[in-house]
Structures are given as C-alpha cells and as structure tokens.
Design a protein around this ligand. Structure first.
Ligand SMILES: Cc1cc2nc3c(=O)[nH]c(=O)nc-3n(C[C@H](O)[C@H](O)[C@H](O)COP(=O)(O)OP(=O)(O)OC[C@H]3O[C@@H](n4cnc5c(N)ncnc54)[C@H](O)[C@@H]3O)c2cc1C
Length: 480
C-alpha cells in the first residue's frame, strides 16, 4: 500500500472497533457514523483524499524511490532547506483546509514519528533501548500511511514536585516485563482523537523520576485492554450553517486507560531508562520538527482569524474607528511575526552529523510561546469587534421559515443580507464563544506544554553569552 484514501481510512478505523466510551456507553458499530465522530472523521478522510488529487499531489507527497511508492511529505526526514520548505507547504496546505483548527491533522504525529526515527542514534547501545524497532516501525507506518494519536501527560492528581514520594496507583506504568513484552497498567490523561486512529504512540511525561514510567511504544488502538474515555461532545449542531466549525473539526479528547495491556517487544522503543526518557525528546529532533509543524499550522490559523475580524469590520462598517484598526493590526502583527519566526527557523536550519536538516528551535519556541498568549487575545478582539452581533444568531431553520424574509431584512449588514451576515457571525461564534471555540483557546494556551515552563525553557536554552560579552566589553572600554 501507499498513500491512503479517505475511504480506506474510514474503513480501517471502523474495522478496528477500538474500545471507545462516550456518554456512558461503549461505541458499537461504525464509529465514523457516530454523531460525535462523523464530522471530524469525514474531515480527516478528506485530508487523505487530497493526497490523491492532481492539484495537491505535488504539494502533499513525494516519491520514495527506495520502496518505489508515493509517500506523504509529513513522513519526510528533511535533508535540505528545500525539504523544509516542502514540509511547510504540505502542513499549510492541509491546515488551510481545516483553518488550522485540527491540531491533530495526520501531519502532526507523522512528523513526530519521523522526528523520533531520525533520532534513533540516541538509543544505540543504551540499556533497554531498541532503535531497530523504531526504524522498522517508521518504515511500516510509511508503507501503510498509518494514522496516530499520542499520549504522554499523566493524570492530574498531584503535580507537586514531591509527588514521586506517593504510591503510584494512577499513572500508566510498566507492571510486568515478560517474554512477550511489557505489561502496562494505569492511565494517561489525554489523547486527542483517541479511538479514531490506527495506532496510539505512548511515551513518558517530561521530568519523570520512576523507572516504570520511562518508556515509549506504539500499539494499535484496538489492542486488548486499551480504553478511550471521551469527554462530552462539543458539537452544538450538525448543520454547517449553524455550527460551521464544530460540525467539521471537533476532534474529541479522551482519557486513555491501560488495563494490563501487553505491548509486544517489537513495538517497544525503550523502557526502564529514565535518562533516555528525559533526553530523547530534548536532545533528539522531536522538538524542532514538531514545533515547525505547529507554527506552520498556527500561521494559517492566524490568517483565518484575521479574515474573520476584517469581514466583521466590513459587515457592520466600523472601518473608520482608530481603535478598530489598532485591534485588527494586533492580529496582523501576530501573523507577520509568526511567519517571520517560521522562516527564520528555516533560514537558520543546520545539518546534523547524519545529514538531517534541523530547523532552528529558538525562533520556533518563541513563536509557540507567543501564540499561547496572543491566541486568547485574538479571540477577545473578535468578540470586541462583533459585540452583540456575536450572540443574536437565528439558526438556519428560522431563515427557512415564514419569518425568514423578515429576518433577512432586519438582520442585514452593510451591503449584505441578513442570512449572509448571520452566517459570518455564526462562524465567529463557533470560533470564539461556543464550547468548541473555548476548547480551541485552551488547546492553544497549552499547545506544546504549560506556557510557564515553556518560557523557562527559552530562558534555559537561549545562548545569552554574546549579549553578556557585549556588555562586558562595553564596561571595560576605555575612552580615548
Ligand atoms: C485541548 C487539549 C488537548 C490536548 N491534547 C493532548 C494530546 O493529544 N496528547 C497529550 O499527551 N496531551 C495533550 N494535551 C495535554 C497538554 O500537553 C498539557 O495540557 C500541557 O502539557 C500541560 O500539562 P497539564 O495539562 O498536565 O497541566 P499541569 O502540569 O497540571 O499544570 C496545571 C497548572 O499548574 C502549574 N504547574 C504544574 N506543575 C508545575 C511546575 N512544575 N512548575 C510550575 N508550574 C507548574 C501550571 O503552570 C498550570 O498553571 C492536551 C491539552 C489540551 C488542553
């Protein structure tokens, strides 16, 4: 097999029949027909179909000569700056289709797996590490265009620095090491799209101190004992007019429970190695490659929010007010900064010893940390511009009813009919005020981790020596 079609994705996930719990019931039958999943699975399927369309094939795939097949660029391990540009174009093409609202479009985890595979050297000759399993699995994933979710965060029961002193009864951990593989028991807090992907990649949370928590592996989502427990669905309505975003892009978040799950050895990448667990992500290529994907998507999302803001401004004709212009400019500044930081990461990319082109992580760290603050502000700006228009939104049925013509008249905007104006504001509501929109804000606030610790990471990893020397030189300079 080579690149997957949408129909193949749907068929595969339905066939898996993973254990998914929602509203107190186990999903039975085709999950792609379930009201909570059908929108997002359809969108995901459409992304896969794009890989086959003449107009997108060049942007989304490359020829893997070794295996004589077409492969999604999301799996590409870049060797040149041109490869990085190709990656950016692929990510942004898919992101444009979802307005950047699907943080777990397939490229996110494909990129992560490619990053892991390009860091296998860190596992070589280390205790309890299996670099060959990772390489083989990466090739298998490419050949089958596998879809993934991932989970690493532990349940939020005790975040104290001393939590390791308590007995662990909740976190997913290795409870047995047997001939067939590892046995995992416990939970991981979050897997977005849990239960609607082929596989789940599971790895340790940062800063672990217990050997039994130090692992990385991938298993099929329907592995015996794996349970995905959903939150409530955030789809208000399946009508594209009433809920244009949540009806298509509500990804679902799940708690993942491992009930004595057997992970076969050939799927274990490492285990019982605290040093590797803490260093593999930090020193490998995961951070720069994942961040390059995230920032590429966030740029498209910002472009979308700018469009929403400007259309609201035009629709109620508030262009002339200075504060309105300043507010829209804030979004423009965010957009242009994001684009510049993304390009800076590519321009400053360097090849590592193995010839892999690594985008510079510093501008990407800055971009993602900045977005954690600016995204909620962009949402606030749309609310401030839209005002009461954000809430007074008759639905599609009202416009189709005998009162529709009257509404069309009284709810008209500047040079636009009522139904069209309300459609725009429905979209703004879904982006900023619906349950779906609120989750989007939380998502971006915590994308790639807690903003507090992310900014600390920038402090800890930034090379400030040139600035220090600069000041020291200035202090010692004698006047002539
Ligand atoms: C919508 C959404 C989707 C997500 N999807 C996924 C997914 O698919 N897979 C996945 O694995 N994860 C996912 N996550 C989890 C995400 O990675 C985490 O939210 C993020 O890493 C922060 O961790 P936490 O939520 O456990 O927050 P916590 O670590 O519990 O933080 C809670 C609060 O305590 C403070 N705090 C805690 N510990 C410290 C400390 N040591 N020092 C200073 N302050 C501290 C934080 O600053 C914060 O204010 C998702 C999160 C959200 C919101």
């Amino acid at each position: 097999m080579t690149i997957m079609t949408g129909a193949e994705y749907l068929e595969r996930i339905n066939k898996l029949g993973s254990e998914v719990w929602i509203a107190g019931e186990k999903v039975t039958g085709d999950i792609s027909e379930h009201p909570a999943f059908k929108g997002v699975m359809k969108s995901q399927a459409e992304l896969y179909d794009m890989q086959h369309k003449k107009s997108f094939i060049e942007r989304l795939t490359f020829a893997d000569d070794k295996n004589n097949q077409k492969v999604g660029i999301s799996y590409l391990i870049p060797k040149t700056r041109a490869d990085l540009e190709k990656r950016r174009n692929m990510i942004q093409t898919w992101a444009r289709y979802t307005a950047g609202l699907m943080g777990r479009s397939p490229d996110y985890m494909n990129t992560a797996l490619a990053a892991f595979a390009s860091s296998v050297h860190l596992l070589r000759n280390q205790p309890n590490c299996f670099p060959e399993h990772l390489t083989k699995f990466y090739e298998y994933a490419i050949s089958n265009d596998l879809s993934f979710t991932h989970t690493f965060i532990n349940p939020q029961n005790n975040r104290s620095l001393m939590s390791f002193a308590d007995e662990d009864t909740t976190n997913a951990r290795v409870v047995k090491r047997i001939e067939e593989g590892l046995v995992i028991k416990g939970a991981k807090l979050l897997a977005t799209q849990g239960g609607i992907t082929d596989e789940i990649i599971v790895f340790s949370a940062p800063g672990i101190q217990d050997q039994s928590h130090a692992f990385a592996f991938s298993i099929p989502s329907n592995t015996e004992g794996v349970k995905f427990v959903c939150r409530k669905s955030l789809i208000a309505d399946h009508s594209r007019y009433n809920s244009p975003l949540s009806s298509r892009f509500e990804e679902m978040d799940t708690v993942v429970i491992f009930d004595n799950v057997l992970v076969p050895w050939d799927r274990v990448f490492f285990y019982d190695n605290i040093k590797i667990a803490n260093e593999f992500y930090k020193n490998g290529n995961f951070v720069p490659f994942a961040l390059h994907q995230i920032v590429s998507r966030q740029v498209i999302k910002t472009e979308f929010i700018l469009g929403v803001a400007k259309l609201i401004v035009d629709t109620i004709n508030i262009n002339e007010y200075q504060h309105v212009q300043s507010k829209v400019s804030e979004i423009i500044i965010g957009l242009e900064s994001g684009k510049a930081l993304l390009l800076a990461s590519e321009l400053q990319a360097e090849k590592d010893d193995r010839g892999i082109m690594i985008p510079n992580r510093t501008p990407l760290y800055v971009a993602v940390n900045q977005f954690q603050e600016t995204y909620p502000r962009f949402i606030e700006i749309v609310q401030l511009l839209g005002a009461s228009g954000m809430i007074n939104l008759p639905d599609e049925k009202q416009f189709a009813s005998p009162i529709g013509d009257v509404l069309d008249h009284y709810l008209q905007g500047f040079e636009i009919k009522g139904k069209e104006r309300v459609q725009l504001f429905q979209l703004a509501f879904d982006l900023c005020m619906s349950s779906f929109g609120s989750r989007q804000t939380l998502y971006e606030r915590f994308f790639f981790g807690d903003p507090v610790r992310l900014s600390q990471m920038i402090y800890q990893t930034y090379d400030m020596e040139p600035s220090i020397s600069f000041v020291k030189e200035m202090l010692n300079k004698k006047l002539t």
